[in-house]
Design a protein around this ligand. Structure first.
Ligand code: AHR
Length: 510
């Protein structure tokens, strides 16, 4: 077992010998899948300050905005290249009635957000505001339909309202300011229907799913990709039942997995030990086995791989920041979260034959967020930087990699690999390699060897911090920000990389 050290000791011991890693890049492997852009997807819920303040401040706000969307967040989201955005929940989705969120804002009803802190929801952000946002940032919308407390008719009409070019719903949409229908690809039919979305059994839900799916029609050249609500974590029976009973009627099946060790004691987002760090990493990499097992079940019923697996909620979930509403799930985001993101994204890249989408929870101000706001102030989190660095993989062709790694073990017995990597080749023939060294103490020397390719140049970016608990705070210089990486060089045999402890690096190899 690896001995765990406090961080101050770790800094001293970072002068110890590097671990040696050999990373083989098989760029000659034939028939590799394209990495769906949607693997780098996001999730936005009417929860705490995610929508209100985080994205939407309204056109009359003092906070600089474009038609009500705060300008700073909008620009940051464009730079992130958000491929897909899920909305309006989450648990909120199953109590959301879309008609509340259309028409003149002053006439929209004020409702209680009973899932999330009893906050007053004024519905000023609704269908138009969401779909226009997606157009502005170039993201594919992923609508999460209300099955728990809605009706088949309500969901059918919502789809028609958004996508039909004629008829009464199209007329109503035009009256509300939008003549042209939107394109809406992804439609989730219920969220967590085993829990907050209706407390159903898999058998019962599979029938409910089919009924809702039947009446969610394709209008005016729009093609829906219908997503059945999937399992909570390792509930493999749920996947099995849905695949047995409804696979022909679905395009995708979801799954949710949060990196939480004890739901009653989730721990601080910023104040944690090295042991707790390795423990969360050990938990988060369980996603690898989870995806493998769900995939194996889906392979049994759908050997052609037609139905996609969508991990449409994932990420860390810690205690809320002291003094904030416990129902608003506002947590800080440290270099530990960045490492969680990097390990997950490298794992997701490996699973793309079946995994077609992943949506981290959530985009702004909630759980493992990309962006935090405080009134007019905004900051980018360490997780944002990882997503921005990794977005080079979006739509690129997967390149298989091979390496052997050691283990970093927490006192709980959970462990994570001491090295993580994935690679892709983009349309210009540039190879991108994303590497992570989660070890708090030891640097790593990585010898990269391609099958055939002779590397000419290598450049890159690194994300690391003085300590793993480092985070970006309002009004202070960022403590975690990417920098140009100078630790990689081309050699006669390939590339040699010196990875500092607790760092994430993305390389471009030409
Ligand atoms: O992301 C927060 C909540 O977690 C979502 O609303 C729900 O789907 C899940 O339980």
């Amino acid at each position: 077992m690896k001995h765990l050290l406090t961080l101050s000791a770790a800094v001293i011991l970072s002068l110890t010998a590097s671990a040696q890693i050999r990373l083989s890049v098989h760029e000659t492997a034939p028939d590799q899948p394209v990495i769906p852009r949607e693997i780098y997807g996001q999730f936005s819920e009417h929860l705490g300050k995610c929508i209100y303040e985080g994205i939407w401040v309204g056109p009359d706000s003092d906070i600089p905005n474009v038609d009500g969307y705060r300008t700073d967040v909008l620009e940051a989201l464009k730079a992130l290249k958000v491929p897909v955005l899920r909305w309006p929940g989450g648990c909120f989705a199953d109590e959301y009635h879309w008609r509340d969120g259309i028409g003149p804002r002053e006439n929209r009803p004020k409702i209680l957000n009973s899932n999330w802190g009893g906050t007053l929801e004024d519905n000023s952000f609704g269908t138009h505001e969401f779909l226009n946002l997606c157009e502005m940032i170039g993201a594919e919308p992923y609508i999460s339909g209300n099955v728990g407390s809605g009706t088949v008719e309500e969901l059918a009409k919502w789809v028609e309202y958004m996508t039909a070019d004629k008829g009464s719903m199209a007329d109503l949409r035009a009256q509300n300011g939008r003549k042209e229908p939107w394109k809406v690809k992804y439609l989730g039919i219920g969220n967590e229907t085993w829990g907050c979305g209706g407390d159903m059994t898999a058998d019962y839900y599979s029938d409910v799913y089919k009924r809702y799916a039947l009446y969610a029609r394709d209008f005016s050249g729009n093609h829906l990709y219908k997503v059945a609500c999937g399992a909570s974590g390792d509930d493999y029976n749920w996947t099995k039942v849905l695949m047995q009973r409804a696979r022909d009627k679905m395009n995708g099946l979801s799954v949710h997995f949060y990196s939480v060790i004890d739901w009653n004691r989730k721990g601080s987002a910023t104040d944690f030990t090295a042991d707790a760090y390795y423990d969360i990493l050990g938990k988060t990499v369980e996603i690898d086995e989870l995806l493998r097992n769900h995939t194996a079940i889906m392979d049994t019923y759908d050997p052609q791989g037609r139905v996609g697996l969508l991990l449409d909620e994932w990420g860390t979930w810690f205690e809320v920041e002291p003094g904030t509403n416990p129902g608003h799930l506002f947590q800080q985001n440290t270099m530990r979260d960045a490492m969680v993101a990097a390990l997950n994204l490298n794992i997701f890249n490996k699973h793309v034959k079946r995994l077609r989408m992943a949506n981290i929870a959530q985009i702004v101000n909630v759980l493992q967020a990309m962006i935090l706001t405080d009134g007019p102030r905004m900051l980018l989190t360490p997780t944002y930087h990882v997503f921005r660095m990794f977005n080079v993989h979006q739509g690129a062709t997967l390149v298989p990699v091979e390496y052997s790694s050691g283990e970093l073990r927490a006192s709980s017995g959970r462990s994570c690999p001491d090295f993580s990597a994935s690679a892709s080749r983009d349309q210009d023939g540039i190879f991108h390699l994303s590497l992570a060294n989660p070890d708090l103490e030891r640097p790593q020397t990585v010898e990269i060897r391609f099958d055939d390719k002779k590397a000419r140049t290598v450049s890159g970016e690194i994300l690391r911090a003085d300590k793993i608990q480092a985070y970006n705070a309002f009004g202070k210089e960022p403590a975690v920000a990417p920098a140009a990486f100078r630790g990689a060089k081309v050699t006669k045999d390939g590339i040699t990389v010196e990875l500092p402890p607790a760092s994430v690096v993305v390389l471009a190899v030409r």
